[in-house]
Design a protein around this ligand. Sequence first.
Ligand SMILES: Nc1ncnc2c1ncn2[C@@H]1O[C@H](COP(=O)(O)OP(=O)(O)O)[C@@H](O)[C@H]1O
Ligand SMILES: [Mg+2]
Length: 392
Amino acid sequence: MSNPYSPGAGLRPPELAGRDDDITAFETLLARAEAGRPSQSMVLTGLRGVGKTVLLNDLANRARHRDWIVAQIEARSDPDAAGTAFRAMVSRSLNQSLRQVTGSWGVGERLRAALATFKSFSIRTDPTGGLSLGIDIDPLRGRADSGSLEMDLSELAFDLGSSAAGLGAGVVVLIDEMQELARDELSAVCTAAHESGQRTVPFYVVGAGLPSLPGLLAEARSYAEQLFAYQPIGPLDRADAGTAVVRPAASHDVAWEEAAVAAVVDASAGYPYFLQEHAKAAWDYAPGPGITLADATVGLQVGRDKLDFGFFASSWNRATPTERAYLRAMAADGDGPASSGEVARRLGKTSVQQVGPVRANLIHKGLIYAPEHGLVAYTVPGMAAFIGRQVD
Ligand SMILES: Nc1ncnc2c1ncn2[C@@H]1O[C@H](COP(=O)(O)OP(=O)(O)O)[C@@H](O)[C@H]1O
Ligand SMILES: [Mg+2]
């Protein structure tokens, strides 16, 4: 019942270890904006389970504590709802934040204009006004309601940002799984951030996504590379991984044997999801009072089963038999990138084109990505070893 560890997508860890630099970078962005100084927007990239979502949540809370206008969304690739879904998500999330902010700021003249723009932006997707509920202001016709996401988002960014600036704050839109946005949505986001930056209006985007995201942004807008500060989010180093394991227990007066910590850190290769799962299993198995190497050793087996049936299965189960064969053919290279030509050969094909569609589907599903032209890699750490454990 008192087990402090939290394996699971987006579940807040008891100790957010090793992310001080990223947090400082964001705090600097906030402080600079409040002083009227511009910064680049940010993009966090990394493999699944590395801790992007929980970091993004932490950053969002920091902005909220400073009374910023904060919108937080998780992008979903949904071809039926392209464009409108994005606008609706942004509206819903902004609505919540604006209601909170007006609670602490009051609706002065400055905010009134921005709220009117927000209302016309949201009414464009939801004419009944459900997405701007509780904001009792007439929409400003002709502002952010053209129907072009790019124009509307930029106008909204400008109006909200200018109002927030007048109150010593700013606007930040945090987008998780950003690689799922359609190309025109990515362009719209870039344009809004770019134009605000040029006019020194405090509107920022913080995106999180797979390592494919920088490439997608560059395809959407040639200036994306300068627009964003790209921060790779990787596995924790040994010291931080150890802290992630030891500290949550210490606050319950439970001590880990040094060798037990080392075993968990080694088996996890510093990946936060694995650390949480293994540490949790060791805690559950340990009769107490402390956690010994023997407890950890049993915990690692239980933890690995949990990962196989949870973390890994959630990716594996989304692949068709043909796609699994492709993933399997990649596994000869371990977790390192594989050459797509070599993978095709392993599958008995004479050209990469013959497996092109399978490869494209796997990329589309976010199971693999292309770190460089002609290479493919898993988006899930430890995938090669997992595949080795599967008998089809
Ligand atoms: N810095 C960290 N220290 C310790 N545990 C972490 C850290 N970041 C993430 N975790 C844990 O790792 C798991 C995956 O985190 P999540 O943010 O969902 O990863 P991602 O979004 O990159 O797939 C969660 O169980 C979370 O509690
Ligand atoms: Mg995530």
